[in-house]
Design a protein around this ligand. Structure first.
Ligand SMILES: [Fe+2]
Length: 198
């Protein structure tokens, strides 16, 4: 059985990304990712995700330092449409895919938090949602226009972190670029605490 070491390398790099966030939730994610990096042995290769072509275009077009690590780990990543158990309607969910790397539903189990990667297709409006989990995205490729609570809509680009405290309403929309981001959920991470408002 082949050791999925490229996945360990990716998890370790994500740990560094979140440790640099300078929040308790980021520190927690960093520690969990390092523990997960030591637990990838025996993982099986997966099928390509439903938006695999878009993922690889994102990794080619707008390289973040993590892009090459995601490419190398791609055979082990388990992607699915991002519908949160039917809480996101198909017209939106069919343009987004996610992989949960660490978490209750993750490639590597952890009951306390969720960390993953997420792809959003171009020209897709993902309207206002609210959830109990505290959340931080890190944009790894592409860009999107984000709004939180009653704040202004702001374009966010590669390398930027987007943080939402628990129960902060937020939305984002892509324009001509697709989006690839890392995400983490901390605190109350139950998907039952997610509501799409828009
Ligand atoms: Fe969110």
């Amino acid at each position: 059985m082949r050791h999925a070491s490229p996945l360990s390398t990716l998890l370790t790099a994500l740990a560094g990304l979140y440790a640099a966030e300078n929040r308790a939730g980021g520190d927690q994610a960093g520690r969990a990712l390092l523990q997960a990096a030591a637990r990838t042995k025996g993982l099986q290769k997966a099928q390509p995700g439903p938006l695999d072509a878009q993922l690889h275009a994102l990794l080619e077009n707008d390289p973040h330092p993590l892009s090459s690590l995601i490419r190398a780990a791609a055979p082990w990543l388990v992607w699915q449409f991002s519908d949160l158990g039917g809480r996101i309607r198909d017209s939106i969910a069919s343009g987004m895919m996610q992989t949960e790397l660490v978490g209750p539903d993750g490639l590597i189990f952890d009951p306390a938090l969720r960390v993953g990667l997420w792809v959003q297709a171009p020209q897709l409006d993902y309207p206002t949602r609210v959830h109990a989990a505290e959340e931080t995205f890190v944009i790894l490729s592409g860009s999107a226009f984000w709004r939180a609570a009653d704040g202004p809509e702001t374009e966010r680009n590669v390398g930027e972190m987007i943080h939402h405290p628990s129960m902060t309403s937020h939305s984002d929309r892509t324009s001509e670029n697709a989006l690839l981001a890392a995400w983490r959920w901390s605190g109350d991470i139950a998907i039952e605490q997610y509501t799409l408002k828009g």
